[in-house]
Design a binder for this molecule. Sequence first.
Ligand code: ADP
Ligand code: ZN
Length: 606
Amino acid sequence: MSEQLQKAREALQRYFGYREFRPLQAEVIQCIYDGKDVLLLMPTGGGKSICYQLPALTLEGCCVVVSPLISLMKDQVEGLVANGVKAAFLNSSLSYEEQQAVENDLYNGKLDLLYTSPEKMCSQEFFTLLKAAKISLFAIDEAHCISSWGHDFRPEYRKLTFLKQSFPDVPVIAVTATADKLTRKDIARQLKLHRPEVFVASFDRPNIFLEARPGRKKFEQIRDFIRRRPGQPGIVYCLAKKSCESLAAKLQEAGISADSYHAGHDSLRRSSVQEDFIADRTQVICATIAFGMGIDKSNVRWVIHYNLPKNIESYYQEIGRCGRDGAAAHALLFHSFSDVMTLRNFITSEPSENSQVYQTKLDRMYEYATAAICRRKMLLNYFNEAVDKDCGHCDVCKNPPEYFDGTVTAQKALSAVARCKEQIGTGMLVDILRGSKGYHLVNAGYDKIKTWGAGREHNQEAWFQYINQLILQGLLEVAYEDHNKLRLTPAAREVLFNGKKVKLVKAEILKKRQEAKPEVKPKRERVRDDLFLHLRELRLEIARERGVPPYIIFSDASLEEMAATRPTTEADFAQISGVGEKKLEEFGRTFIKAIEEYLIEEKSKR
Ligand code: ADP
Ligand code: ZN
């Protein structure tokens, strides 16, 4: 390890309380020390920020970070200051005087890190100041915003082209969590990076348990899911504003602290919802996709997709918002045909040259949601990371599919569809097979057909599962343009008339899978016992006193480790991941005291 890198490592421990670099961090930092430009692709939560923060802390001068979102800047700077880092931000949310003060600090070399908006960065006055100050490094956060190939193009990012021309000797690091090959090239080209070193981290987020379920009785499922996770913050992503609101309202009725967030609320309301969530005052946010991009909350424990996302890229970015602190997290995805149809309508209602691409991406998303293959394997393969081992940490791995000869089951369903002249949808089909006497069913004369009541051996839930599988296996087709009626495919005729065999996954397995308790194998031992809850209370108190979000004090992962190792000396406390010098000094004694008191009380109970 080079001497410089050694220094970076000391800073990692001293300021952030972390002992080891994560994969790629050391390599990236070394490149910056060597004066090279860097393009870094890492999933959300991978630890990109440290890659420019450590050079910022160890090199002479200030590192200027360009970030697209004002709220993100504020959070990041708050976190840094809590760790004893000389950091500030500069954007239009500050008063004129405040801006002046920050600019003076920059000019006088009093800052190690300065976060700013692209607009500010490209203004003439700021340029003069940058020229006069000592700049160690430029970091471009969310660098995909510069490319129109990316999924979140921001024209103001384009102006950053001037950086490399005006400051040829200052290294630039561009970081992003999402960029395919095309976007990657475009970022380097737009920023005029000089022979950049490109790093692509693994996109795996092993602490996130992956799960997908058919979207039936979603409210009940979600309510139970949350009840099993008391006090754990989470996000439910919905496609429509209306479902955000109604879901939040129903959760509230069920006694869960929930709120909604979408573009229909004004910005004041939005920021107050967001702040309550960050401060752990609201447990659950039901949001449209706009939520989360601007928040840096590391203790989000779960993400639910109420609707199918439009592509795997968005899905992966959204689930990436949970478990950023490395502690156990859960991503639950609901899928249904009606979502596919709604999304298809979006695509066809605004035809563009990319329609075909969008369509294909949607198909891949649906395949992901419904397949019976290790989900992590599918995701990583999607991002061109070849893996052939099953992960052991998703619903499919936990309960691998058990097949049975479903030929007769399939024949019953297919024959009913044929006898109803392909005029029924899934719900009616299930009712017919189960021998229901619903008004519409009887009215249409479906109780007279031969297959009416022929499927009573399977319950309703199971039938929905099986029909879904028949669709996925290409035996049934959904006529999206005609009220989702089911149609027979040529393959179905093979099954009906030539006895072609059909393999189905047992419905009980799929059901069991939904109830499977995720297990996490954390790197270090962590527990969530009474002591953890106690420390969490203490953290909340301190956070309230100081008017900062709780995770700024300590992450959940740090608290879990405290609960597991129960340190009672400062030396032991300093060993906890996330405890740097500043936090040891500020909070060490308070937390140690709480742990000691807890231990005494525990003893007296025995
Ligand atoms: P990104 O910007 O890539 O989404 P962050 O830089 O915010 O991710 O890092 C995610 C979390 O991981 C943060 O809580 C951060 O403090 C933590 N982290 C980063 N590097 C390390 C490390 N070397 N050891 C332990 N935790 C780390
Ligand atoms: Zn798996």
